[in-house]
Design a protein around this ligand. Structure first.
Ligand SMILES: Cc1cc2nc3c(=O)[nH]c(=O)nc-3n(C[C@H](O)[C@H](O)[C@H](O)COP(=O)(O)O)c2cc1C
Length: 231
């Protein structure tokens, strides 16, 4: 274990002190591994929803892979997007075909989701590798996961390369698209209202192996402020 006080004296980049006294550890992000044994960034900004993306190559080979640098980006129209660290098969398929599905990872199929992250060669269909069935989409050709309780069919909006704060191109590609068709298992609806917990969605935590399942005990309510303007 690193001696924090000694380390902070050595390079002047980090400190165990803060305006409030010794209750914070503070460091430059570029020196995180001198401050801590493991970068906590993904554990702090988390748990994150998982973008389990179904695509099809231009030659018709199906692909299924998880992306947790993922989120919903807009409400109307609904947009969702994710970052591919490296130009991976999913990004290539989406650029070539202009479409993808998002599939909810429920607790029951979390293990198969994890298995679909194997780095399979482009011609390999991960649905087959992990033993999941494909369900046809309605408006697009990309398949969805038959075992997933919710799937969203999406059409590509934009793909672009991310930059760091100095404007340098990164080997990270951001893609987002518009939700154009929705499939929800009927037992998740109570009089037409979607029950988020009943789907048992799984989220990515930090570290090598942390995941979280949503349970009812986590729920609390908060009304919007009175002068809140709905967008
Ligand atoms: C839960 C989970 C989340 C992941 N999130 C990302 C991510 O946000 N970005 C990324 O580039 N890779 C991510 N990966 C790794 C990809 O799934 C992996 O590289 C996969 O082989 C990519 O497949 P593809 O080349 O068929 O698209 C994640 C893996 C797991 C298990």
């Amino acid at each position: 274990m690193i001696d924090m006080k000694q380390a902070s004296l050595d390079d002047g980049m980090m400190s165990t002190e803060h305006e409030g006294g010794e209750s914070f550890i503070s460091y430059e992000q570029s020196s995180v591994l001198q401050a801590l044994p493991f970068d906590p960034y993904a554990a702090i900004v988390g748990p994150r929803p998982i973008g389990w993306m179904g695509t099809q190559s231009k030659d018709g080979v199906a692909n299924l892979s998880p992306y947790s640098f993922f989120n919903a980006l807009n409400h109307n129209p609904p947009l969702l997007g994710f970052a591919s660290i490296g130009y991976k098969d999913t990004i290539r398929n989406i650029e070539e075909t202009g479409e993808f599905t998002w599939n909810l990872v429920s607790r029951e199929i979390a293990s198969q989701m994890n298995q679909t992250s194997v780095s399979a060669p482009p011609g390999v269909d991960e649905f087959k590798v992990v033993g999941l069935a494909k369900a046809p989409s309605r408006l697009i050709k990309a398949p969805r996961v038959a075992e997933s309780p919710v799937s969203l069919e999406c059409r590509l909006s934009q793909v672009f390369r991310l930059k760091d704060s100095q404007g340098k191109d990164l080997d990270t590609w951001f893609v987002y698209g518009e939700v154009v068709y929705v499939h929800i298992r009927k037992d998740l609806l109570d009089d037409g209202i979607y029950n988020t917990v009943r789907a048992r969605p799984v989220f990515r935590g930090g570290g090598l192996s942390d995941y979280f399942e949503l349970v009812e005990a986590c729920r609390f309510s908060m009304l919007k402020p009175e002068d809140y303007k709905h967008v």
